[in-house]
Design a protein around this ligand. Structure first.
Ligand code: C2E
Ligand code: SIN
Ligand code: SIN
Ligand code: FE
Ligand code: FE
Length: 381
């Protein structure tokens, strides 16, 4: 079997089970770069009729001592037209192989936009660009491989390889989109049921959880790529934490005053009911959802519900969401309570460190308050 074919098989094996779109594109870029011997690569995704610069892997810049990682966060969109290289490949759905971006033929419509080179000091020479389409032919984005090793030019074989690789990935990419849409629909159903428990609360809990995870993971020295592929399912699963409340009657769910003991017992069933929706699956996102939904009312000291798990028996993701959820419940107005002052909330979290909450997470959460405040302002209820 030819080496290229073998490598395509390996690619398809490595992505077939990935249901998260970030993880997928990360793998696609990594494997095509390796196989075609490209120093760098990037992916643009179609967003609101434009191409957004979404992924970048750059071997040379990653090795640079003074590299401050800023190239990973370049925020730019380019129009979906034939004036740029990426735009050309996207609008014509053709693969484009350019030996030297600073010496383009006179008769082509596209120019090279050197903003990335300017911003980073990187020197781009050759680019191989290919559209990424879904199985049904919708344009998802564009992949670019940059700088063939040893200042060479990408060849026919590289063109074939990248086309096949994009074809292989398209089905998985489409599935990831569909699966994400399904989760968002579940959230919209919950919001119809309980409009007061707004989409804004759910988005805030998702975003706080991602930031707290990020702080935790960096402290542990977890790799950037693992952090990146965890954030997406974590955000989705955290947003689903109270999905089980759709099974609780209006009389209890929307009661303006305090719940009595019997009502509270019924209310507490939302954790197990929600977790059950995701329990029969081995997909990463479903397992994470199950952990979070089932574990978001457990307490560090073992006095929570439904399983009275204690300390590290509670999955990390559930410990994270527990903190994010209570923070948001306290700082917001609910049908049954007034909003607390920020300082009261932070004092409460500190006081509950080691009893209700994981002490390490409380410390981290208190240290990222600037970011937390930005999120609160961005998603106001
Ligand atoms: P929720 O409103 O999303 O609140 C999530 C968690 O935030 C609560 O979990 C609790 O740990 C914390 N929390 C919320 N308000 C307060 C508060 O005033 N003081 C303190 N110390 N903690 C607070 P919990 O207690 O397991 O409640 C789960 C869900 O049950 C709540 O979700 C809410 O939907 C409902 N619930 C709880 N108590 C009442 C109540 O008195 N009346 C009504 N109508 N619903 C309640
Ligand atoms: C996503 O693809 O954006 C989340 C859904 C998933 O991880 O399957
Ligand atoms: C870029 O703008 O950095 C990509 C080059 C292009 O596609 O025009
Ligand atoms: Fe809950
Ligand atoms: Fe909640």
């Amino acid at each position: 079997m030819s080496k290229k074919l073998e490598s395509l098989l390996e690619l398809s094996k490595s992505i077939i089970h990935i249901e998260n779109i970030n993880a997928l594109l990360d793998q696609l870029l990594y494997q095509t770069r390796r196989e075609c011997k490209a120093d760098a690569g990037s992916i643009y995704l179609v967003e609101e009729g434009k191409l957004r610069f979404s992924y970048v892997q750059n071997y040379t810049l990653a090795l640079r001592e003074e590299n401050d990682r800023q190239h990973l966060y370049i925020d730019k969109t380019i129009p979906l037209n034939t004036e740029s290289i990426a735009g050309y490949a996207a609008s014509t759905e053709k693969t484009l192989n350019i030996p030297d971006v600073y010496n383009l033929p006179d008769d082509v419509s596209y120019h090279y936009n050197n903003s990335f080179d300017k911003a980073t000091g990187y020197q781009t020479l050759s680019i191989l660009t290919s559209p990424i389409l879904t199985a049904s032919g919708d344009l998802i984005g564009v992949i670019q491989l940059i700088n063939k090793e040893d200042s060479l030019t990408f060849d026919e074989e590289d063109c074939d390889y990248i086309k096949h690789a994009c074809d292989l990935a398209s089905g998985a990419i489409e599935r990831a989109h569909v699966s994400n849409e399904t989760f968002m629909r579940m959230l919209r159903v919950a919001e119809l049921r309980d409009p007061k428990e707004t989409g804004a609360h759910v988005k805030r809990v998702g975003a706080y959880s991602v930031e707290l995870y990020d702080a935790w993971a960096r402290k542990q020295g977890i790799s950037d790529s693992e952090i990146r592929i965890t954030k997406d399912p974590l955000s989705t699963a955290a947003m689903l934490h109270d999905i089980g409340k759709i099974a609780i009657s209006d009389k209890i769910l929307k009661k303006p005053g305090r719940l009595n003991e019997e009502e509270f017992t019924i209310m507490k069933s939302h954790a197990a009911i929600g977790a059950n929706l995701f329990s029969k699956s081995h997909l990463t996102i479903d397992r994470m959802a199950c952990d979070i939904i089932g574990g978001h009312h457990e307490r560090w000291d073992g006095d929570g519900y439904p399983a009275q798990l204690k300390g590290n028996q509670i999955p990390l993701t559930a410990r994270i969401v527990a903190l994010a959820d209570v923070y948001d419940a306290l700082i917001s107005k609910r049908v049954y309570k007034e909003a607390w002052d920020e300082q009261e909330v932070l004092d409460y979290l500190a006081a509950q460190s080691g009893s209700q909450f994981d002490p390490e997470l409380v410390e981290l959460f208190l240290s990222i308050q600037d970011t937390i405040r930005v999120i609160r302002r961005r998603y106001q209820g």
